[in-house]
Design a protein around this ligand. Structure first.
Ligand code: F6P
Length: 334
């Protein structure tokens, strides 16, 4: 159970809006539902913005009611659709977006998305003065100021479900599998998945990969009687094709690995109970923060407590993977 902040309402809001932006994440739907239901319970009108900032800049906005969010708490994806909107990087386009919000008496905006989306949220709030609250919605869990993000837990469990199946065939054929998980710049998904599936090795952007270390590890496994089957979890990294390159290097060292790219399967599916609770609470709290007069903040979770983190702090700092986690993956496959 999260500790929830008790906030005093200082503002009577007529209407707010909610949008989802960037890569979708399982749990975005319960977050939208949390925003809508909390706002309506305080007599605030709620507008849904379709396709993130792309919809906002053309006024693709509709009024939601309690029934609009019925039967979505268990659904993956986002009912409001999402997009990565390049045009929103232009200050003139953001000005246009602010005018569209003002025309509809919208006095607060909730943005659910990853770091790119939160950057847009911070700029819009600073330039227009319209209060904006961000929610960390990304499977990557790479956002500073929060220990958890909406979708991370589901993505881990989806990857594990797939890898447990791969493990069956790997054992039957005594084969080595390279399984690629998402995470362009960070190894949060790979590390947690690697620990939970008992991977032989985890390859992440934070640690330089050396084929010699992997071959040494595999030879060691054989000496210890571990057999030749195994799972190596690879974070996709910034350049596509990494996993195939590692497979090729392994072939040059007399291995015959198979490659499985999990890809976007990790972004879909029904959110886990954990993600539903996190997203619902964050959604409802975003409304409380707006009513309490906050702006330019992200709702985060730290040490079991839901709290506010200034968006500037979120965006100026990188969340780095603790070395202890890297050590943990090494310790467990000895
Ligand atoms: O940021 C979420 C994420 O799923 C990353 O893990 C991945 O690198 C990227 O999005 C993929 O983006 P797209 O769906 O645009 O290909």
């Amino acid at each position: 159970m999260y500790k929830l902040p008790a906030l005093d309402a200082v503002k009577e809001l007529k209407a707010i809006a909610v949008l989802t932006s960037g890569g979708d994440a399982p749990g975005m739907n319960p977050a939208i539902r949390g925003v809508v239901r909390a706002a309506l319970s305080h007599g605030i009108r709620v507008y849904g913005v379709n396709r993130g900032y792309s919809g906002l800049i053309i006024g693709d906005i509709w009024e939601m009611n309690s029934r609009s969010v019925s039967n979505i708490v268990q659904r993956g994806g986002t009912m409001l659709k999402s997009d990565r909107c390049e045009a929103f990087k232009d200050p003139a386009v953001r000005k246009q977006a602010a005018e569209i919000l003002r025309e509809r008496d919208i006095e607060g905006l909730v943005v659910i998305g990853g770091d790119g989306s939160l950057t847009g949220a911070a700029l819009l709030a600073e330039e227009s003065g319209i209060p904006v609250v961000g929610l960390p919605g990304t499977i990557d869990n790479d956002i500073h100021g929060t220990e958890d993000t909406i979708g991370f837990d589901t993505a881990i469990n989806t990857a594990l479900d797939a890898i447990d199946k791969i493990r069956d065939t790997a054992l039957s054929h005594e084969r080595l599998f390279l399984v690629e998980v998402m995470g362009r710049d960070s190894g949060f998904i790979a590390t947690q998945v690697g620990i939970a599936c008992g991977a032989e090795m985890v390859v992440i952007p934070e640690v330089e990969f050396k084929i010699e270390s992997l071959c040494f590890q595999l030879a060691n496994n054989r000496v210890k009687g571990k057999g030749s089957s195994g799972i190596i979890v690879v974070a996709e990294g910034p350049r596509s094709g990494l996993t195939y390159r590692i497979a090729q290097q392994l072939e040059e060292h007399d291995q015959a690995p198979r490659v499985c790219i999990l890809g976007h399967i990790q972004r879909g599916g029904s959110p886990t109970g954990h993600d539903r609770v996190l997203a619902s609470c964050m959604g409802a709290m975003a409304v409380d923060y707006l009513r309490a007069g906050y702006s330019s903040i992200m709702v985060g979770v730290q040490k079991g407590e839901i709290l506010d983190v200034p968006l500037r702090e979120v965006l100026e700092r990188n969340k780095s993977l603790d070395r202890e986690w890297i050590e943990m993956t090494r310790l467990l496959h000895k």
